[in-house]
Design a protein around this ligand. Sequence first.
Ligand SMILES: Nc1nc2c(ncn2[C@@H]2O[C@H](COP(=O)(O)OP(=O)(O)OP(=O)(O)O)[C@@H](O)[C@H]2O)c(=O)[nH]1
Ligand SMILES: [Mg+2]
Ligand SMILES: [Zn+2]
Length: 335
Amino acid sequence: MSKRRLSKHQLARISQNQRKQLGCDEADSVDAQTSLEKCNGRIISHYGQHVDVESLLDDDQGRLIRCTQRSNLPKLVTGDLVVWSEDGADGGVILALGQRRNFFGRPSPEGQFKAIAANIDSVLIVFASSPTPHVSLIDRYLVAIEQLHLTAVLVLNKLDLLNHEELTELDHMLSPYGSIGYPLYKVSAEDGRGMPELEKALANQTTILVGQSGVGKSSLLNKLNSAKLADVAPLSATWARGTHTTTTSSLYHMRGFDLIDSPGIREFGLGHIDAKQVFDGFIEFRPFAGSCKFRDCSHTAEPDCAIQAALEAGQISIERVESYFRILDSLNELS
Ligand SMILES: Nc1nc2c(ncn2[C@@H]2O[C@H](COP(=O)(O)OP(=O)(O)OP(=O)(O)O)[C@@H](O)[C@H]2O)c(=O)[nH]1
Ligand SMILES: [Mg+2]
Ligand SMILES: [Zn+2]
């Protein structure tokens, strides 16, 4: 945070100049997303009423400014490009939101979609042997990621904790994902195993780390950096669950890539997604879409079902088909 002390008069002048330079006068409509050339900052962290913005101005690159936002703007998230200006009191105010290339998010408990991060290239789904991984959670993430046209990468962390038998069991659980074509990295944030390969995959990208609390998202972030960046805490002894240590999504500049650490979740709802989108989210099913005898085939007991035929032919896995039906059932429970 800047400790520069400027007089109110100086700050007002700078602010006025910035607005002129950015072609953003007071009367501009800030409801619409502004073109990216006008943006002079990026949100790197979000704290309730405030956001931390890093300056993208040539003579001010990287300076952090704590900003409030104009009330007519939508909810801003980490990674958003914005137009900001000094507020006359050592902080700033966000005037406009730059066009979002994309975003990642999930529904709030009330079922409304809530963006978590914007302008990202890929989503790293992190899981580990403890807390226990669930195929249905991975598949829910994949459906949401596919629906948003983002790239998914799977990361099995805490490899150092696994004996041969446990690793074989997890390999079995993960084998369908490799066949479908999702990249999978097996790593340890503890002893560094697999980290160079993972780091290579992150080059020149902005990636968000997601997953259950306690799987080691912040530990991976720290391991990929030479100094500690984010707090890490042990799992609760009673439940072997994470303790929700990270409470806000924050963007970090790493060596040749950006990472966004996000708060761990307990479950990932798909309240914002319909049955067709669930089907499309199982990308290996897509070649068979529209090939069933009946247009409204439920892929359960109808004759000449292309999904059942693909399953019998070993083209899709039973685990994924079961997971698909479990997710559909959970949508029906919600409605
Ligand atoms: N043995 C082992 N422990 C790990 C590894 N990665 C993380 N841990 C431990 O797992 C616990 C949770 O790690 P965090 O990095 O805080 O997990 P997180 O996913 O960021 O959790 P939230 O911020 O709550 O979402 C800590 O005690 C870490 O030291 C690993 O590769 N091996
Ligand atoms: Mg964390
Ligand atoms: Zn069918």
